[in-house]
Write a protein of this length. Structure first.
Lengths: 199, 209
């Protein structure tokens, strides 16, 4: 029986096969030892593909239009970042760019990079590096928080002017759901099991 | 639970990246994971010192984050600067209390609670306290989970700046407070990452041994 240690309290456990959809928790601190999702790799792949398409749409189109006394401005995420940069707030521009653009792109590309070859029965080149980078990208990807920001901004401006939601806004909303589902379905241990089965 | 049933007692460590349990060479404190090449630490290196450094830096940035305006609205020649708290008060006065609540929780309550929890964890771990290790571990998981939600205000400012730029009619600029607030969010995320929750349990073990 394989032995695993709890990530949070270091207690050792003998961990047999976790059933699909099941979660094994630490007996002492309740930390998650292993969460095996149902068809985890296939589901994550399907959801990541959908998320990648939504991400392109969410960035290619304006997500809000603002209309006041006949003047209209539109915004995409990148125009927001560029406006901050030009306005002398480079630190915030960089933070927004990393959490809303860079980290989600890297996260989605790496998920596809790891999962597509594995499904075809091949091991992706430099799998360990890709895997580690994926973990960092996931922790800095904050699309779901951005969506709350959009809702707050819209509500704040509602009395002041006419706000017209754009195509990208709905894409962002869907992207948040799909990306969260992809991450929830992702089972890192299953990646290593599949990779070992291939070799 | 006997004191010997931990990975460290068996000279083993769980890989931070892939979760594999691997054995370290005798007397070694760190190694590379044989499966993924990630870092293996018996305990995170200088966890307490690094976490204190990030917590103190975040606490210092917390003051200017709240004292300086996060944004300035110019509308028909009138300029109005808002700090985080005056923004919340403005929303309350205009009967947008659900919004006021979201901003207050995300921008004021969450960062303060995160800092308070981290200080509590640091002090109790340094004193080798055996007080409620399970609850302290849960508090740690909470700080990891909620930290990112403080970013809401940064995103609101970004969207408003991009959307409202109508020259003399109305413009919105980001303020210095927003820069410091972003620093608070990032520093507290680093602080939570630096802390090693296994240290909480080491004190309890030492007592039993």
């Amino acid at each position: 029986v394989p032995i695993v240690a709890c990530h949070d309290c270091d207690l050792l456990h003998e961990l047999g096969r976790v059933p699909e959809g099941g979660t094994a928790r630490c007996a002492r601190c309740g930390g998650v030892l292993r969460k095996r999702t149902r068809d985890g790799l296939e589901r994550t792949l399907a959801l990541s593909l959908a998320a990648a398409i939504l991400f392109v749409v969410a960035n290619a189109f304006p997500f809000l239009s603002f209309e006041m006394k006949g003047s209209v401005t539109q915004t995409t995420v990148m125009t927001g970042v560029l406006d901050l940069w030009r306005g002398g707030k480079q630190e915030i521009a960089a933070l927004v760019f990393v959490t809303i653009e860079l980290a989600p792109v890297v996260q989605l590309l790496l998920l596809l990079y790891v999962l597509v070859p594995l499904r075809a029965g091949r091991i992706p080149w430099q799998l360990p590096h890709a895997f580690r980078l994926l973990r960092h990208a996931t922790s800095w990807s904050m699309i779901e928080v951005f969506l709350i920001g959009i809702v707050v901004a819209i509500t704040k401006l509602m009395g002041m002017a006419t706000i017209v939601p754009g195509l990208a806004l709905w894409s962002f909303a869907l992207l948040m759901v799909v990306l969260s589902a992809a991450i929830a379905a992702f089972d890192p241990e299953a990646v290593w099991e599949r990779a070992e089965a291939v070799t | 639970v006997s004191a010997a049933a931990t990975a460290i007692a068996a000279s083993c460590a769980r890989c931070h990246d892939c979760g594999l349990l691997a054995r370290l060479a005798p007397h070694a404190h760190e190694a590379s994971c044989p499966r993924c090449g990630g870092a293996l630490h018996l305990r995170k290196a200088r966890s307490i010192e690094r976490t204190w450094a990030f917590v103190i830096a975040a606490a210092i940035c917390y003051l200017p984050a709240n004292l300086f305006p996060v944004m300035t609205v110019t509308s028909l020649g009138k300029r109005q600067s808002d700090t985080i708290m005056s923004g919340v008060v403005y929303l309350l006065e205009h009967h947008m209390w659900p919004l006021a609540l979201v901003i207050f929780v995300a921008s004021v309550f969450v960062p303060l609670m995160k800092l308070a929890i981290l200080v509590l964890l640091l002090v109790s771990t340094q004193r080798r306290s055996r007080w409620r290790p399970l609850d302290r571990t849960r508090m740690y998981r909470l700080t990891e989970l909620i930290g990112r939600w403080s970013m809401v205000d940064i995103y609101v400012v970004t969207i408003l700046v991009a959307l409202v730029r109508l020259g003399n009619l109305a413009t919105i600029e980001a303020g210095t407070g927003a820069v410091f607030f972003g620093a608070v969010v990032v520093l507290t995320i680093f602080a939570a990452e630096s802390f090693d929750p296994r240290l909480i349990w080491d004190a309890a073990e030492a007592e039993q041994a």
